[in-house]
Design a protein around this ligand. Structure first.
Ligand code: FES
Length: 181
C-alpha cells in the first residue's frame, strides 16, 4: 500500500516527468514527502526509491546530506536560529539561549507537544536582519528576546498561518515546466 497520498503521488509523477532522468527528481520528491509528513519517513524513502528506480540507500544517502531534510519527526514549526558571524555579533547566542528557555528545550530538541523544534544553524542569508531566525524557511529578524516571544505567541495563536505553513512546505507556486522548457 502506498505511503504517499494520491495527491502527492500524482504530483510526484508530474515532477519526475519534468526531468530527462528520473533520478534527477530525487531531491524534489524528498521535499514533496516532507511536505506531506513534516519529515522523511522510512516508508516515503522506500516509495521515492521505487518511483525513481534507485535504491532506498541512495535516497537516504542524499537526504541525510542535507540539513533541511529531517529523518525523524520535527515540530510543526522548526525555528532555526542563526549563530553565524553577523548574527553572533548581533547577539545570536543570547537569542538562542532565550529561545531554549522560552520553549523549554535545547537546540536540536522538540517541545513535548510537537509544536516547536529549535535548531542552531549556520548563515541563512538574512544577515542584514541579524540576529535572525527562520521558521519553516520563512525569515524573521532582527529579533531580540521580546521579539522572539512575540513571534512564538503569534505562532501559538495561529496568527501566522498564512505566512508560515507547516514544516516541509517550501513553495506556494508549483513548477510545471522542466528546466529545458
Ligand atoms: S550570519 Fe546570520 S543570516 Fe547570515
Amino acid at each position: 500500500m502506498p505511503h504517499l497520498s494520491s495527491e502527492s503521488l500524482t504530483r510526484a509523477r508530474e515532477i519526475v516527468d519534468l526531468y530527462p532522468q528520473r533520478r534527477s527528481a530525487l531531491i524534489p520528491l524528498c521535499h514533496l514527502a516532507q511536505e506531506q509528513d513534516g519529515w522523511l519517513r522510512p516508508e516515503a524513502i522506500e516509495e521515492i526509491a521505487g518511483l525513481l528506480d534507485v535504491t532506498p540507500a541512495e535516497v537516504l544517502g542524499t537526504a541525510s546530506f542535507y540539513e533541511m531534510f529531517k529523518l525523524e519527526p520535527a515540530g510543526r514549526y522548526v525555528i532555526s536560529v542563526c549563530t553565524n558571524v553577523a548574527c553572533m555579533l548581533a547577539g545570536a547566542y543570547d537569542l538562542l539561549a532565550h529561545a531554549e528557555e522560552r520553549l523549554g528545550v535545547r537546540a536540536g530538541g522538540t517541545t513535548p507537544d510537537g509544536r516547536f523544534t529549535i535548531e542552531d544553524v549556520e548563515c541563512v542569508a538574512h544577515c542584514d536582519h541579524a540576529p535572525c531566525v527562520q521558521v519553516n524557511s520563512r525569515y524573521f529578524g532582527p529579533l531580540d528576546a521580546g521579539g522572539f516571544d512575540r513571534l512564538v505567541d503569534s505562532l501559538e495563536r495561529g496568527e501566522l498561518e498564512g505566512d508560515v505553513p507547516p514544516h516541509g512546505t517550501l513553495v506556494r507556486v508549483r513548477r510545471t515546466k522542466g528546466l529545458m522548457a
